[in-house]
Design a protein around this ligand. Structure first.
Ligand SMILES: [Zn+2]
Length: 141
């Protein structure tokens, strides 16, 4: 059984996954299919997580489909019809979401100070650093 204990983190993983599709998939139809697959995966994990098991060694997600009574083992590949036809399926999307969620849960992002944040994201730095030359109308150097 799969239980998402950190809803906030899981939400972030889903948002990241959707953003990644937006950035990396150029074909509009494929993009829409992946977005649908991710949305369905998120809903299925929340509602039917009890029928799923994450297998750490195989890095795959076992999903028991009550509809077809099949058990799918998804990581990069799947055994369902959609996968056979080369289409995105929610099983694979779910496996990816769960893997990223577990990774994120095991490696929480460090809380950064503002200075560290600026090193990580240099674009936040002011582009011009100069001495203050005036205070009001008074030139001070
Ligand atoms: Zn599948």
């Amino acid at each position: 059984m799969l239980e998402i204990t950190n809803q906030e983190l899981f939400g972030k993983v889903i948002a990241d996954a959707l953003a990644k599709v937006e950035q990396t998939v150029t074909d509009n139809q494929t993009k829409q299919r992946w977005i649908n697959a991710i949305s369905k995966a998120a809903a299925e994990i929340e509602e039917n997580g009890v029928f799923m098991t994450w297998q750490d060694e195989e890095q795959s997600l076992l999903i028991w489909s009550q509809k077809s009574n099949h058990i799918y083992s998804a990581n990069g590949v799947c055994q369902c019809r959609a996968f056979d036809q080369g289409s995105p399926c929610f099983h694979r999307a779910a496996a990816r979401l769960v893997r990223l969620y577990i990774e994120a849960e095991n490696n929480p992002a460090p809380v950064r100070t503002q200075a560290e944040e600026m090193n990580v994201a240099p674009y936040l730095k002011p582009t011009i650093e100069r001495e203050v030359e005036r205070v009001g109308n008074v030139r001070i150097n």
